[in-house]
Design a protein around this ligand. Structure first.
Ligand SMILES: [Zn+2]
Length: 336
């Protein structure tokens, strides 16, 4: 075994680490030094799988884990819990992932790195125990409503999303996420709980875990349409890497409207203004799921002003320039 393999071994625990109920997220690696799979026996045997700390700078899942540790240290939960605690070292450093590490939510498909092998072991353990459902807890960088993401349109998956929030997203890409892997053998949802540490998001995430843990079974019919409005991703919106960007300065090469982030998950009409640009033809680009350029279908320039050519719903728009540069400005969605 190489030092690198040893550095990411999976610890298996059958109780919450002592002291977990009393620490903050940055101290997690003092009690959980490696990725860990914590199995807590409950009244019903087939476990609810809860995925936490896949991204080190998203603390909501840590606070949910801490609440579960407080609540179920002495009393058994209504259903067994299998809790994965992922990138503890990145959380100690308050970053999404560390240099040399992969993104812990992009390693759940085929692959042969030590990181892939570690999460395969986690998924195999959940499959062997016939997991009842899977909940993966995340945060957004921008202002978004709380929403759940599903990868299958089965009644149970839709119930998971609806029990969390009235807005949901269906996606198949990226195909390497935890929830896609788990959706192959149990109902699975990724919940986006607002910005890191958002108190309402923590309460809702914990509420969903408690709700599902107490369920005897999922209804065999889909929830009513109004219970969850589902969107599908059409493409990501990229900005011209050569352009200076701003949300409040009309002198920038690309001046985005200041309230763009506030429009996440609002259904926008054709003609809605987005930005003013020095080079409007190349300022914004829409890239489809398979890398295809969809810009001309969605944006139109009138002089320097860029507007929507057709109705679309922005989501996960962020005004954080480093995220815009590294990842994208956000996504365009359509109701499913
Ligand atoms: Zn995340």
């Amino acid at each position: 075994m190489t030092a690198r393999d040893a550095a990411i071994r999976l610890d298996r625990l059958d109780q919450f680490p002592a002291g977990l109920a009393d620490i903050g997220p940055r101290e997690i690696a003092t009690l959980v030094p490696n990725p860990a799979l914590i199995t807590i026996p409950g009244e019903r045997e087939d476990p609810l799988f809860v995925s936490t700390v896949l991204h080190g700078n998203e603390t909501t899942s840590f606070y949910v884990l801490r609440e579960l540790a407080r609540k179920y240290r002495a009393t058994p939960p209504p259903r067994s819990l299998m809790i994965f605690v992922g990138n503890v070292r990145a959380m100690a450093a308050d970053v999404r992932y560390l240099p040399g590490q992969p993104d812990f939510n992009r390693i759940w498909a085929d692959g042969d790195s030590p990181f892939h092998r570690l999460v395969h072991e986690v998924a195999d353990a959940a499959r062997e125990r016939d997991a009842f459902a899977s909940i993966d807890i995340h945060n957004n960088t921008g202002t978004n409503p709380h929403y759940g993401c599903v990868n299958a349109l089965r009644p149970a998956d839709l119930h998971l999303a609806a029990a969390f929030a009235p807005v949901g997203v269906f996606y198949k890409n990226p195909s390497t996420t935890q929830s896609i892997a788990f959706s192959q053998f149990c109902p699975a949802v990724t919940i986006e709980c607002g910005q890191s540490g958002d108190r309402a998001g923590i309460a809702k995430a914990l509420g969903l875990v408690e709700h599902v843990a107490a369920l005897d079974h999922f209804p065999d019919h889909a929830p009513p349409k109004e219970a969850v409005r589902l969107y599908q991703t059409i493409g990501s919106v990229m900005v011209d890497p050569a352009a200076s960007i701003s949300f409040d300065d009309t002198e920038a090469d690309l001046a985005l409207r200041p309230d763009l982030e506030a429009m996440n998950f609002s259904d926008l009409e054709a003609g809605t203004y987005w930005a003013t640009a020095r080079e409007p033809a190349r300022a914004l680009r829409v890239v489809g799921e398979h890398g295809d350029d969809l810009t001309d279908r969605f944006f139109v320039a009138d002089g320097a002003r860029i507007s929507l050519k057709r109705a679309a719903t922005p989501a996960m728009i962020t005004s954080d320039e480093s995220v815009i540069r590294q990842d994208c400005l956000g996504y365009l969605m359509a109701p499913l």
